[in-house]
Design a protein around this ligand. Sequence first.
Ligand code: KIV
Length: 277
Amino acid sequence: MFEIQDMSTYKEVKKITTHVLQEMKMRGEKISMLTAYDYSMARIFDDAKIDVLLVGDSASNVMHGFETTLPITLDEMISHAAAVIRAVNRCLVVVDLPFGSYQGNSKEALNSAIRIMKEAEAHAVKLEGGAEVVESIKRILTAGIPVMGHLGLTPQSIYKFGTYEVRAKEDAEAKKLLEDAKLLEESGCFAIVLEKIPSALAKQVASEIKIPIIGIGAGPHVDGQVLVSHDMLGINKDFSPKFLRRYLNLYDEIKGAVEQYVNDVKTVDFPNEKEQY
Ligand code: KIV
């Protein structure tokens, strides 16, 4: 497998599908993925040629202000997903099944996935966990709905883990993660997100598993990267994990613009002669 070094060797693709992602892995082209929750941002990201948009349940934190991802509902996820889908032409849109909509009941998992595909017109769903959710994954796949897995730090289980620290540092947990990844591949998942695990373990998973492995805080030796857009754009100022690269400081940019606007209104600088009828 070769590593693509410069943008000129990228294959121009009109529409990203799960098959295109598999081809990208095979030819060593890295997959770019970001979260999106609304129409306007999704439009910009799609125009910038992002490969995959994830309507993540991180919407619970960054859009709704909850401390964890647990409170967001299926109805709310469908509303975010439908807005994102209306914006995109090229990228693949994957939607998180929220906490409580798939665990422990494969029939409910299927119904939740069908609602996301039917009401939001999404392209695929993602859910967290390994062996314990395989029955749900298999049942969703019977309806022809593509499923992305998610292992490592799985924020919907935060009350079980107790912390957002790096996962699978010990041998036993690393072994279980590798087994779970193999199980997800065998079950028919088209890709897996690995969150906050040691780089060496992520490298091993990506080389032993044939489906694309997308990392967040999992180092460079995987098939693609995902970040929460609010973090990489610097809208979310207070979250600075080691793995995050911040491309903008939108919090300060937006705050500055709003302060300027407030001042302009108060001083009747706005609207001026040209800004009225
Ligand atoms: O919900 C989310 O944003 C996610 C990413 C962290 C992968 O699941």
